[in-house]
Design a protein around this ligand. Sequence first.
Ligand code: ADP
Length: 246
Amino acid sequence: MYLSVTGLAKQFGDLQVLKDINFSIEKGQVISIIGPSGSGKTTLLRCLNALEIPDNGIFQFEDGFTLDFTKKQKKQDLLRLRRKSGMVFQSYNLFPHKTAIENVMEGPLIVQKRDRKEVLNLAKSLLKKVGLEDKINLYPYQLSGGQQQRVGIARALAMEPELMLFDEPTSALDPELVGEVLKVIKDLAKDNWTMVIVTHEIQFAYQVSDKVVFMDGGYIVEQGTPDEVIKNPQVDRTKQFLHRIL
Ligand code: ADP
């Protein structure tokens, strides 16, 4: 077990966005989170990276690191949580005044203070991995949305996180650019990266995931293998959602 999440809850003002969320991730597993808009998927993902601080819940990592959100968090524990994962955002969030390779090098150089030559080689190999070896010196505005998102993935990988988090990584893309980004994520799954992916791409979730989590109204309604949740959902709300979307 890489991570176990118990009793996770999060409220924004009067709105209870996450209610008693329980799930676990094995090392090397791919988990997709699906569900209607507003069901709490992004908030759940952001809690895993301390971009949102849960009101309640316990995170237990296999290395013994435990965060209990019923108590006040120490800053260093939140930093430790944040460093475990790399986040890929819907809107890429690249530095516009930096080239592709500078974007990938920024974190390891500035945050991790690693050796420049080593980081340069790492960045080159990651940009090659996402199919952009001939674009390393281009600026974001010179790249398509799909290429920018692939730089975003390389940038998250460059921090060598234990866990990769994807927040609707293809939803800002033109339809013809979705496939190239999904292919990169599939390649990462083959390399045994541990990943949690919020996605509207149900076919992709079916193909790539070890586990699918269906959320609605701040709850996990159903979770299981892709065959269990997508092909043979047991709960009416899951059936209705999939019926609408497929
Ligand atoms: P999903 O990813 O499933 O579309 P979200 O996690 O983005 O759902 O949002 C769940 C609910 O929480 C929505 O009603 C949204 O408006 C609300 N919400 C999300 N972030 C905030 C925030 N920072 N402040 C207030 N409400 C928020």
